[in-house]
Design a protein around this ligand. Structure first.
Ligand SMILES: [Zn+2]
Length: 193
């Protein structure tokens, strides 16, 4: 028997967009503004859903890896922006554990709070910080399903040493979600029963 290789690749435009970003990544607001702009670009390029994420070295103000939602174009329900960003970062770092000895404390910034799947991926990734722009309720407001998340998820992450910040650039991030649905963007949830 033979089965296909599974490949996830960020779209070609992402590299040029990252190179063109001139505002830097020194502050959490700047990092969130970049990720929100990346989510808008994913909508404009029609390369996936209205979500983006990125892994940063926050102390140095460096972008490590971007990610965008690729669920529909890659035929992969797991290709959420956070998962893509973490996988690209892990390839760059050459390890499954972004919290490994010798690596800086890395931060995942997501244009919308992680869904149930991505929430599970955060502690396994080794990142030491999570920054969320829009809330899960902002995604649900346009019909996206966020899945069942434990109500104490923020405390649970912080108990694992992962610092959580919410609502950074929330208004701008939620506007991207609203613009996506207003522009006829596909709401692509899996079958829910
Ligand atoms: Zn997700």
């Amino acid at each position: 028997m033979h089965f296909p290789h599974v490949t996830i690749a960020v779209p070609d435009w992402v590299g040029a967009f990252c190179a063109s970003w001139s505002s830097g990544f020194a502050t959490v607001q700047a990092r969130a503004a970049f990720v929100v702009a990346l989510s808008q670009q994913n909508v404009s390029h029609e390369t996936g859903g209205p979500f983006a994420a990125a892994v940063f070295d926050p102390l140095e103000g460096h972008l490590i890896a971007p990610g965008v939602n690729l669920v529909v174009p890659s035929s992969c329900s797991a290709a959420h922006a956070e998962i893509v960003a973490l996988m690209v970062a892990q390839q760059i770092m050459g390890t499954h554990d972004l919290g490994a000895a010798g690596l800086p404390a890395l931060e995942l910034v997501s244009s919308t709070e992680p869904c149930a799947m991505c929430l599970g991926a955060v502690p396994w990734s080794g990142v030491r910080g999570l920054v969320c722009c829009a809330r899960g309720t902002d995604a649900e407001a346009i019909g996206m399903d966020e899945g069942e998340k434990p109500p104490g998820w923020i405390v649970a992450l912080e108990n694992r040493g992962i610092r959580v910040m919410r609502d950074v650039c929330r208004v701008e991030a939620a506007a991207v979600l609203q613009g996506y649905v207003a522009g006829g963007g596909l709401i692509y949830n899996g079958r829910c029963g």
